[in-house]
Design a protein. Sequence first.
Length: 372
Amino acid sequence: MTDSSIPTLLNRLLRLIGFFVVLATTAGTANFHRPWVLAVSVVIWVGWAIFVLCPPDAVGLERIYLCAMAIGSVAAAQETGATISALVAVVAALSQLRQPRMFGWLLTLAVILGLCVSAAIAGTSVTGLLGLLAGVAVLALMGWSRRQARISAEQNRLLVEQNRVIRTERDRAAALAERGRIARDMHDVLAHTLGGLVMQLDAADALLEAGEVDRAAERVRASHRLAVSGLEDARRVVGTLRSEVFDLPTELRRLAEEHRGAGGQLLLQVETDPRLTNEQATIAVARAIQESLTNARKHAPGQPVTLALRGAGEELEVLVSNPMTTRLGSLAASGVGAGLLGMRERLAAVAGTAEAGREGDQWTVRIRVPRR
């Protein structure tokens, strides 16, 4: 934290001018025949010299020179320079942020007592003493006002810095969230497309070995269509889907055709209007269905899959289920388990949920998302 009360070059120049003024008004005084006045003058000079040369971070030394200058109050009625020193000490002590408030007020009280002592020694009139005390009051208020202004400026500086940090963290969080969303979409697209390609090409290879060239060629053509569709999906993900209208019914038909084209069986049951008002929720549901179909092909190859969309009040409920099987496909060991996690994260971002588990002899993925 930077202290706005740290002396600048201009401040030091003003201090130096003040030192010479005090030196000039005390050096030629006629009161030097009094030893205590001379001693007070020397203390004041030393205090002003430290005031001019004190390093910015010397808090302890700062207290010493302020106290030395305040001592001038006991000779204020005898020397003009002593009065100036005492008043400057009051202003400086109350305005410095590096010093506690209590120190400033105690030093001000000490100056007031010193002025009273000096006035009593010199036999100053009550009016003269009240004038000195009024000067102390005015300068004390000036010092306190300066301190409050510095506190306000420091608080504003800290607030600006905090806002900058908050904006930086917010932008960073937004960037990470966007990267995570794109990463989940890319995972779903690649897992869906590449998984289907592997199955199609495995089937084509088996058909070629059996001598069924025509059926193998059809599998290769289906692989080509799946690759083209996957490339289109990847392009849409890279474009972040911001400028496109995502139509869920159309996407469901495309996913169903791809699943059947990859040799899978799919029963599509649409019992409600699947359209949602939130486009990001629509995308999340489509990607969750895509990931569920991909997992069905990986872990239950050849098993019929039921995809049902139902209305549940203000929610859209999607069920993707398939019979449990012990026969594993060639893709069962692939992946790192990020599909279901990404599905849940994506749906959670639009206030939705995803549950997956065994229900009787079926493996079921249950997706719920608000319609609005």
